[in-house]
Design a protein around this ligand. Structure first.
Ligand code: OAD
Length: 251
């Protein structure tokens, strides 16, 4: 798509913008998406390594999967799509909210502050048993044994550490959806919903477009190819996020 064909979003002085991002927004930074390359890792479907069952069966395999993803973040930086979203938040302040399915942290690195990480954070770890708060952890666990929670060990109940990721079959943080509801209510019908780089197959994120439409939003999609829920959007702009967003979100 040529730049001339990319529409610029028109925002009024009270317009609220709710953005949902997926793996496609980080693709041009060099972070692989899930479904574009067949969704396999070492021959495993990623659903099979991103689940509580997989962790019970083989915690080291799961840690190797997330360790590889941690290691692959070395040298990865935000791309123009992330930067355009950070510039939009700088303009809109509290009238901006970003819900991301990505765990790579690149929106925060780009400068976004109003970010809800719906699926967790790659560089965080928590205990699989106790209520010790999640902590920053960039460790790459390569081989040997899966890491243990030092706090539980001290009480004599050995428990494994786990990635701070929402796995398939696990509930998302209800507080995130309460924040999204409050944001949509505050918009009072003057709302733009923009989904970027997501295949629209993983709920509840894929349902947000319908919630936003019910709240009166103009619904926009920016994606490399039509996602599964494309027909739920009123407007679509096809192409690479890093090429589209700087124009689409220009002041
Ligand atoms: P997917 O890999 O399912 O989809 C990525 C989407 O981005 C596809 O629709 C691509 O066409 C599009 N895309 C690729 N490159 C692009 C680019 N440069 N610009 C714009 N779009 C591009 O990723 P998600 O929809 O994010 O969950 O996947 C949702 C969830 O499924 C993930 O958060 C993850 C996975 O299981 C968990 O790990 C819990």
């Amino acid at each position: 798509m040529s730049t001339a064909a990319i529409p610029t979003l028109t925002l009024g002085p009270r317009t609220h913008v709710l953005v949902l991002t997926g793996a496609g927004v980080s693709a041009e930074s060099g972070v692989p998406t899930f479904r574009d390359a067949g969704g396999l890792w070492e021959g495993h479907r990623f659903e099979d390594v991103a689940s509580p069952d997989a962790f019970r069966r083989d915690p080291l395999l799961v840690w190797r999967f997330y360790s590889r993803r941690r290691a692959n973040m070395e040298g990865i930086t935000p791309n123009p799509a992330h930067r355009a979203l950070a510039a939009l938040e700088a303009r809109l302040g509290d009238r901006f909210l970003l819900a991301t399915q990505n765990v790579d942290g690149l929106h925060s690195v780009a400068g976004n502050q109003r970010v809800l990480e719906l699926h967790g954070a790659l560089m965080m770890t928590r205990c699989s048993s106790c209520d010790r708060p999640p902590f920053e952890d960039r460790t790459v666990y390569r081989d040997g044994v899966a890491p243990m929670c030092g706090r539980c060990d001290a009480t004599g109940k050995a428990a494994l550490l786990r990635p701070h990721i929402v796995w398939f079959g696990e509930p998302l943080d209800g507080a995130h959806f309460e924040a999204i509801d409050r944001f949509m209510t505050a918009a009072a019908g003057d709302l733009v919903f923009l989904a970027i780089g997501t295949s629209g197959v993983v709920s509840p994120a894929s349902w947000l477009v319908d919630d936003a439409a019910r709240a009166g939003a103009a619904t926009w999609l920016s994606n490399a190819e039509p996602p599964a829920n494309a027909h739920h959007f009123a407007h679509a702009v096809m192409g690479k996020a890093g090429e589209i967003l700087p124009t689409m979100l220009a002041a």
